[in-house]
Design a protein around this ligand. Structure first.
Ligand code: AVI
Length: 322
């Protein structure tokens, strides 16, 4: 993979980051889009979260993917004569796609789409050393936006693991699913991991780990604003706060100001009362019925659903029938 082979389609520019931050912090409920967690440092923190005992989604899905990949091998036998092309949305560290590449056998090409260039390129290099026959296409792009990718007559399988869809509100999730369908094309498939609804203590602990890694991940967005947008947040004056909002069916993450303070970002002042928070992330949890309906409304029909024995996590195979 040469540097020139990296597609850098619409890397978010500093002015977009600045505009989103100025807008978000001007709202009555201050907020920041969760996509800004994932600079190099934030992506590393997220990888650490995935190793935590409290954070069940990562390891549960990874364990499930072995069975899923075997079933998919049977599903696609005869259905993909030219082989498969896998397109991963929000590819991150690419640790999950390996399960599919190894078991499916007939994957010819792999397009990895992610917003974090350095992390994506390092991950693709590692994958390349493990799967030498595979044609790998890293693509630096905000996967929440539509994208046109090169065409081939291979059967396309989108891959969106980790319940990242849960970080969109239901309207945005539906928009993502529509866009993914447009990117992948009619009759393509999407393998998508979705966190399920479950007892509140399991959810609360997953986002309030004992080692405080999730708190560091959350606060890193303040440090990123300081670094990239000339901000003066002092992270020790903010506390990580994560809780399950039952009526909305989502975990909410906030950064709560520990005192009255004024923050300056690129020459703009923002006042914080003591206890006032910045809402930094939602993580929606879906029952199988809820997610199947959302997918259907967005042009996708459910082909298969896998659940682990404790029903902590769900993996769906969808087909775009729009
Ligand atoms: C990436 N995403 C699915 C994670 C989640 O669980 O919502 C991000 C995360 N936030 C805190 N811990 C993990």
């Amino acid at each position: 993979m040469h540097k020139a082979a990296v597609q850098n389609l619409d890397r978010p520019q500093d002015d977009e980051f600045l505009a989103d931050v100025l807008y978000g912090l001007s709202q009555t409920q201050k907020q920041l889009p969760p996509k800004y967690f994932y600079d190099q440092k934030g992506s590393e923190y997220f990888d650490e979260i995935c190793e935590l005992s409290e954070y069940y989604p990562y390891r549960t899905e990874l364990t499930m993917l072995r069975d899923v990949a075997r079933d998919l091998g049977n599903h696609f036998a005869g259905l993909a004569p030219q082989g498969l092309e896998i397109v991963e949305f929000g590819a991150g560290s690419l640790r999950k796609v390996g399960a599919l590449l190894t078991s499916l056998g007939n994957v010819r090409s792999f397009t990895a789409i992610d917003i974090s260039e350095e992390h994506l390129i390092n991950s693709c290099r590692l994958l390349e050393s493990q799967y030498r026959e595979l044609s790998i296409h890293p693509c630096v792009h905000d996967f929440t936006k539509p994208l046109t990718i090169h065409t081939s007559d291979r059967t396309r399988l989108g891959f969106f693991p980790g319940s990242t869809i849960g970080n969109f509100n239901p309207g945005e999730a539906s928009e993502f699913l529509h866009n993914a369908g447009a990117t992948l094309g009619t009759n393509s498939y999407l393998l998508i991991g979705v966190d399920t609804k479950k007892p509140e203590p399991i959810l609360r602990q997953a986002y309030n780990d004992n080692k405080g890694i999730t708190a560091k991940f959350n606060k890193n967005v303040l440090e990123r604003i300081n670094r990239e947008l000339d901000g003066n947040f002092n992270p020790i004056h903010f506390a990580h706060h994560a809780f399950y909002n039952e009526p909305e069916g989502r975990i909410e993450m906030h950064l709560r100001s520990l005192k009255e303070q004024t923050i300056k970002i690129a020459g703009h002042n923002f006042e914080f009362h003591r206890g006032e928070s910045i809402h930094t992330e939602n993580s929606y949890k879906y029952s199988p019925d809820e997610f199947t309906s959302l997918a259907q409304e967005s042009g996708w029909s459910k082909q298969h659903l896998w659940l682990d024995s404790d029903e902590l996590f769900a993996v769906y195979l969808l087909q775009y029938v729009h």
